[in-house]
Design a protein around this ligand. Structure first.
Ligand SMILES: [Zn+2]
Ligand SMILES: [Zn+2]
Length: 78
């Protein structure tokens, strides 16, 4: 035993092969294959957007979408 060795096939890159028969070098975490070789897709975190609750100068409801926690669009926040 000479120190800690890592297995060759778990260097943090995809174990799939490219079209040129070389190892895929795309880095992966907690899985063996990158998304191009059938690995899990990284799920997008959905940002919930709301419609601004302020009114425009004309007295109409502002229809700007915002992801700000206040629920007020950037036009009406400053
Ligand atoms: Zn790959
Ligand atoms: Zn607004």
């Amino acid at each position: 035993m000479s120190g800690m060795g890592f297995a060759q096939d778990s260097d943090g890159t995809c174990v799939g092969m490219t079209k040129d028969s070389t190892n895929c070098k795309i880095k992966v975490t907690n899985q063996e294959l990158c998304r191009f070789h059938g690995g899990n897709k990284v799920e997008k975190v959905e940002v919930i957007s709301t419609i601004c609750t302020e009114n425009t100068k004309k007295g109409r409801r502002c229809k700007m979408k915002t992801i700000h926690e206040s629920g007020i669009c950037h036009h009406h926040r400053d």
